[in-house]
Design a protein around this ligand. Structure first.
Ligand code: KE4
Length: 426
């Protein structure tokens, strides 16, 4: 594949934008090479600036679950834009999307819209702290909840001490209130709870993780986590930015049969426009301004264009729930094909899959948490990524990401993807 124009555009972008990108993962740092500049997209296909057609497995990192430029979403946004783009005043469409989201997701009475998943998770943590009157939170190594200071934390010195910043600019004062546990390791949470009893406001988790590749919680772990939080007056925050409206109408709460206390959303809920959201029952949400004392705000929160995209997207998913089964079947088909193709390569690999989330790890150990995910061979991953890209298959440019299938992918696209793996020398 030729990337002449992408290379030129990348050089120009780096003159004005740090790293030439507005989100680091797009820069191909962990796989090397030049990021692909996309010109347009339709359905399952990306068309890059060098006129290559690529089969897309990131779907803008999740939002475009029905494929790119999906007619009902595009028409809704175009029609809405003609009536003005933003007012900073309440509009009916915000209530329409809120009512629909509340009807689809179990266990929530009210929802507040923001502009990103980061804002949703950051605000959910503030709400949990305000509601409980407690300061500390527990997160899991490898889980990503956006770039708010409280989440950019790595394991501290001792197993049960507070975290330490994993980015300059995050203060120790912030880090001390974030405790790090290990995914699928309930004992690591229990140790933190007993060492910091009565100080923990919330546990925040990706209920099915996507930011370590796809990692599935064991039943014992996720059920035990729910019970531990209930027993210790700790709120359980499900970060469903990835899983929400992707695993099913009711997201991970429905798929895992777990009632969380606060849910965070992003990606699909905005239909490809900037929307995040957080939601809970009436009692918890009554603490949020302007009803309650916990402050949270946003100039473009509930923006009519974003709401129109989200409403069109969620309306489609609500009216055609068979899409979720179609996506899960396509992902299972891809999984089987990848298994067969990789088996021939005689190299260690693991494939994790849940619903329409799937990831490939080049390691011989089952991938169940960040530590085992980090054991994947990144040199092999780079060869895999670029070998597939050279054959017109666009995979996430990091071993720590999940693929996000969109329902515009045909079985012919899946077969082409499997054939491309067969061609690889890894
Ligand atoms: P945003 O602020 O990027 O909208 O959402 C943050 C976020 C929160 N929670 C989860 C579970 C997430 O996956 C994300 C963002 N996901 C990444 C991809 N792993 C976005 C891609 C990027 O950073 O450019």
């Amino acid at each position: 594949m030729i990337y002449k124009r992408s290379s030129a555009l990348f050089s120009e972008a780096k003159k004005y934008i740090p790293g030439g990108v507005n989100s680091p993962v797009r820069a191909f740092k962990s796989v090397g090479g030049t990021p692909i500049f996309v010109k347009e997209a339709k359905g399952a296909y990306l068309y890059d600036e060098d006129d290559n057609r690529l089969i897309d497995y990131i779907a803008s990192w999740g939002p475009l679950i029905l494929g790119h430029a999906y007619e009902p979403v595009i028409n809704a946004v175009v029609d809405k834009a003609k009536k003005g783009t933003s007012f900073g005043m309440p509009t009916e469409i915000e209530t329409e999307l809120a009512r629909l989201a509340v009807s689809m997701v179990p266990n929530i009475d009210k929802i507040r819209f923001v502009n990103s998943g980061t804002e949703a998770c950051m605000s959910a943590v503030r709400l949990a702290r305000g509601y409980t009157g407690k300061d500390k939170i527990i997160k899991f190594a490898g889980c990503y909840h956006g770039h708010s200071d409280s989440f950019l934390i790595q394991a501290g010195s001792g197993a049960v001490t507070f975290g330490s910043p994993n980015s300059p600019g995050v203060t120790q004062g912030t880090a001390k209130d974030t405790l790090l546990a290990n995914y699928n390791d309930l004992a690591s949470v229990e140790a933190l709870v007993s060492a910091n009893s009565k100080e923990i406001a919330a546990v925040i988790i990706e209920p099915v993780a996507g930011n370590m590749g796809c990692i599935i919680p064991s039943d014992d772990f996720i059920q035990g986590l729910r019970l531990l939080c209930t027993q210790n007056d700790i709120l359980l925050i499900f970060d469903e930015v990835m899983t929400g409206f992707r695993l099913g109408k009711g997201g991970a709460q429905e798929a895992l049969a777990i009632d969380a206390d606060i849910m965070c959303f992003g990606k699909v809920i905005g239909g490809g426009l900037p929307v995040g959201a957080f939601a809970a029952n009436n009692e918890i949400m009554s603490y949020l301004a302007p009803d309650g004392p916990v402050y949270q705000a946003g100039t473009l929160s509930g923006n009519p264009l974003a709401m129109s995209a989200g409403l069109a997207m969620l309306t489609e998913l609500n009216n055609k729930p068979e899409v979720f089964e179609s996506l899960a079947n396509k992902t299972a088909y891809l999984h089987d094909g990848l298994e067969q193709a990789l088996l021939e390569k005689k190299i260690p690999y693991q494939i994790n899959r849940y619903g329409s989330m799937i990831s490939v790890h080049f390691t011989d150990e089952p991938v169940i948490n960040f530590e085992t995910s980090a054991k994947g061979n990144n040199d092999t991953f780079k060869k895999y990524f670029h070998g597939m890209l050279d054959q017109g298959i666009y995979l996430p440019p990091s071993a720590f990401e999940s693929y996000f299938l969109n329902d515009a992918l045909s079985y012919e696209d899946l077969d082409a993807t499997i054939r491309a793996v067969e061609q690889l020398s890894l």
